[in-house]
Design a binder for this molecule. Structure first.
Ligand code: ZN
Length: 511
């Protein structure tokens, strides 16, 4: 039997955690469209990222490769690496990517490879991106305390402020000073009259518009469309209509601004932030709803243009987002709680109608691309490290491979190559237990029982048997041994040359 080649739509949503989606049981109606699509799709109950954040996650999604497999100094896709896009383009697919200005999935890190059209809404001024990513670092990481008040900061340089700050410090009043200074900044900062003016990334409607005009241009060719949405990413400024739909209230730009600035403060501990949490989550959730509405619009367009019946659609997140579950915010690579590593994964396959029962085995993103290739009848390149789980999904047969997660601990700005060499943070996640360890002398591993302790508050509890710990440690050891050996040195060198070129370009344009 021969049928038309299937097209593939991959929608990745930045910071989308599984438990904030309706189809994963969230009480708030954040994903009405995806919930309805779930009724004719495979919804993987425990989909786990291979790394976090963005730059440690995407090599597995697009290239079925563990994030640090080419060495910690290689970030992104290596030049010449096989990906979903390069393979499909090779066999005649139209390939297009539309990404909402996330600097870590730009050509700087090899993500344009295989795409005939690659639109990332960045200006490709690498100095500019660097400046923005420093701001992101502050957003993302606990170690970047030097820009406490974000864009409000320059005022801190005034002499009077500095001496007040020193004075307050000497009296042990710095937290009072910080509070007064924050209030002063908020009161004196001009606030936009709509949240649209405060938003940092293009919203999903802009991307869907562009994707649809690209689709109209590809004619009868099968296509691969990758859409990366940033709507739930911080700073949290959802479109007003989505906020109203979700909460029944109107969003006040000044309030949203105040909440984002407060949430961003590095001088406050979790207890000082807790009072803002629910309102911040509301903003994040409204971003999810907006993305969901736009995905619905895209699918509607595919139906109207008679493409939907040939379309495999995948929806997932590149990592989750923390709201103080373990004392932190955002998604810096410093801990591997479920709020960070567990994402939604929905796979819609045209003729496999009806809701599917899917095993609760953890499914790593590493296996996504090979699984998609089998669904589409496309040969998987030998360099892919994952394996197809298509028959397991179809027949509801559990698998035993644990999901492995890795990142360089605390690397919040991979534009700076020296930041990448931090020690490896490794997670081994099986259906019930999770081992988390930093590969560094003097640190001890933590084992969590996700059944008895779903919020991961009690590592190494007494009930965790020593054979469980031993088994997980053995998996970690085998993984480390396996990953050190087969590095592709050619790719590694090419990736490092790319870093050097962009560093030199930066020096030249700032001179
Ligand atoms: Zn991300």
């Amino acid at each position: 039997m021969s049928h038309r080649k299937r097209s593939l739509v991959l929608v990745t949503v930045d910071c989308l955690r599984a438990d904030h989606c309706g189809l994963y049981g969230y009480a708030r109606p954040t994903t009405p469209f995806l919930d309805s699509l779930a009724a004719e799709s495979f919804v993987v109950p425990q989909a786990i990222v291979a790394g976090a954040p963005t730059y440690y996650s995407f090599p597995s999604i697009l290239a079925s490769r563990m994030p640090l497999a080419l060495g910690r100094d290689v970030v992104g896709l290596a030049p010449g690496e096989s990906t979903l896009a390069t393979v499909l383009r090779e066999i005649g697919y139209a390939t297009g990517a539309f990404s909402a200005a996330n600097p870590y999935i730009s050509p700087r890190f090899g993500y344009e490879q295989g795409f005939e059209v690659f639109r990332d809404f960045l200006d490709h001024d690498f100095i500019g991106i660097e400046a923005q990513s420093t701001q992101d670092t502050f957003n993302a990481g606990p170690e970047s305390g030097d820009s406490v008040h974000g864009d409000l900061k320059p005022k801190l340089n005034s002499k009077l402020n500095q001496s007040l700050k020193n004075f307050a410090g000497a009296l042990g009043l710095s937290s009072l000073y910080n509070e007064l200074y924050f209030q002063y900044c908020i009161k004196t900062a001009p606030v936009a009259d709509s949240v649209d003016a405060l938003r940092r990334y293009p919203a999903a409607d802009v991307l869907v518009d562009q994707a649809q005009s690209w689709l109209a241009s590809v004619g009868e060719r099968p296509f691969f469309l990758w859409l990366h949405l940033m709507d739930p990413h911080s700073p949290y400024y959802p479109p007003a209509a989505a906020f109203r739909e979700l909460t029944g209230r109107d969003i006040e730009p000044a309030r949203a601004h105040y909440l984002n600035q407060s949430w961003n403060r590095s001088d406050l501990t979790a207890s000082g932030l807790r009072g803002k949490r629910d309102e911040v989550v509301e903003l994040y959730d409204a971003g999810i709803l907006f993305a969901d509405r736009q995905i619905a619009r895209l699918v509607n367009n595919l139906k109207q243009t008679n493409r939907w019946d040939d379309c495999v659609l995948v929806l997932t997140g590149d990592h989750g987002e923390e709201f103080l579950e373990h004392g932190g915010r955002y998604h810096a690579p410093v801990q591997l709680g479920e709020e960070i590593v567990r994402v939604p994964l929905l796979i819609r396959v045209p003729e496999a109608r009806g809701k599917k029962a899917v095993p609760t085995s953890p499914m790593s993103h590493l296996h996504l691309a090979p699984t998609l290739f089998e669904i589409m009848g496309v040969q998987t390149p030998p360099a892919f490290q994952g394996r197809s789980l298509w028959s397991n999904l179809q027949q509801n047969i559990a698998w035993s491979d644990p999901a492995i997660i890795e990142c360089a601990y605390g690397c919040t700005n991979p534009f700076r190559v020296e930041n990448r060499s931090a020690s490896r943070l490794l997670g081994i996640r099986d259906a019930r237990f999770k081992l988390v360890m930093q590969i560094e002398p003097g640190t001890t591993e933590r084992v969590y029982d996700l059944e008895a302790d779903p919020t991961e508050m009690h590592p190494n509890a007494d009930e965790i048997r020593s054979d469980t710990r031993k088994r997980l440690l053995q998996t970690a050891r085998e993984y480390m041994q396996k990953m050190v050996l087969p590095r592709d040195h050619g790719m590694r060198v090419r990736a490092r040359l790319r870093d050097l070129r962009s560093e030199l370009a930066g020096v030249r344009s700032s001179a």
